[in-house]
Design a protein around this ligand. Structure first.
Ligand SMILES: [Zn+2]
Length: 364
């Protein structure tokens, strides 16, 4: 395990804040309404470096999916340590949002304490016409088994195996499961019934950005999809849009795909955190990108998610299998192999630099 990485949320946060303080950054903290597994307080921290009246900003987010935060946090910290304020143009600011979902980060879960997938939570709940996902309904029982046995914890059941029999079936499965659902609070990829605390914190942050900002770039760090150690950059805009073309140009040299594209390892989703930016009242032009680093194969990742969901939703978080399930979550979302961590750090920090260069070159 590399020293830039951590095994606990507390450790990751300490390293991040130490690096931020050395850079004399402005630090804002938001305390989560629940505590971590050891009773510790949890925070979403926002660090700003660079101009206080920028016309362009870069926002780098870790921990949207809780346990995936170890990767983004290590890249944020490494960036602060290696660059600090170097390369930041006079009219530029960088905001590092650490642990957007600190609950999932500390509990080694992908979700918030309400079992909500934060990256599906940005829908308009007040309109009461939540996105429908009939594909998920037919898969509910297969995806969310009520019992788990030690012997079969790492084994997909025959129904899941059948869904992985051909590329077409895998694509249909990913589309139905990954899109998100709003009907089953005890199921995986649940988008919630109202805006979560993390959702409000992010929207308040966007609303409070300096009035001088004209262009914002967002990099949201994720893990769990794609080739091990590989990076795919997802843009939610269609391939023929100006936004997608800008994304592809900025991150040239990397695989940039549009979510929902047949060529993408990703899938179309509803209610992503990018809505907090693009649907805000601010007249800012946005270039939003998800960074997805591959870890394990899709079946292993799914098994980890199912086991974790079973532990917390159907076993009240108590089971002799809990330590094994936590290790499955680590393996799927925060591998501890040196080689994986080294390549992720190198790629992640170079993308941050690439985004900054592109922003500095923008004519506004
Ligand atoms: Zn993720």
């Amino acid at each position: 395990m590399r020293p830039e990485f951590s095994r606990t949320y507390d450790d990751a946060r300490r390293k991040f804040l130490e690096a931020a303080m050395l850079c004399r950054s402005e630090i804002l903290t938001n305390r989560y309404p629940q505590t971590g597994p050891n009773g510790e307080d949890l925070y979403t921290d926002v660090v700003r470096i660079g101009s206080s009246r920028p016309d362009r900003i870069l926002i780098v987010i870790s921990g949207t999916h809780g346990v995936e935060g170890f990767c983004g946090s290590a890249c944020q910290t490494e960036y602060l340590k290696s660059e600090c304020a170097a390369r930041i143009g006079e009219q530029t600011a960088i905001y590092l949002v650490h642990g957007l979902n600190p609950y999932g980060f500390s509990w080694l879960r992908r979700v918030t304490h309400e079992n909500v997938d934060l990256n599906r939570n940005f829908v308009e709940f007040e309109n009461r016409s939540l996105p429908q996902n009939s594909g998920y309904a037919t898969l509910f029982g297969v995806l969310n088994p009520l019992t788990r046995e030690p012997e079969t914890l790492d084994e997909p059941d025959p129904n899941i195996k059948a869904w992985f029999a051909s590329p077409e079936k895998i694509a249909a499965f990913k589309a139905a499961v990954g899109k998100g659902q709003y009907d089953y609070p005890h199921g995986i990829i649940f988008g919630g019934t109202s805006a979560t605390w993390c959702n409000r914190v992010l929207r308040d942050f966007v609303a409070a950005l300096p009035r001088t900002v004209k262009h914002g770039a967002v990099l949201d760090f994720h893990t769990g999809l794609g080739e091990r150690g590989g990076l795919e950059i997802f843009c939610e805009d269609k391939p023929d849009s100006t936004e997608f073309r800008r994304c592809a140009e900025w991150y040239a040299g990397h695989t940039v795909t549009s979510l929902g594209d047949a060529a993408s390892v990703g899938y179309e989703i509803t209610g992503s955190i990018f809505q907090a930016f693009t649907r805000s009242q601010r007249s800012i032009q946005w270039t939003c990108a998800d960074l997805e680093f591959g870890t394990e194969n899709l079946v292993k990742v799914l098994l980890a998610l199912q086991a974790d969901n079973w532990l917390h939703c159907f076993s009240q978080g108590v089971s002799p299998l809990a330590p094994r399930i936590q290790e499955m979550m680590r393996a799927s979302f925060s591998p501890e192999a040196n080689e994986w961590q080294a390549i992720v750090l190198q790629t992640g920090t170079s993308i941050i630099r690439q985004a900054l260069t592109a922003l500095n070159d923008l004519r506004l």
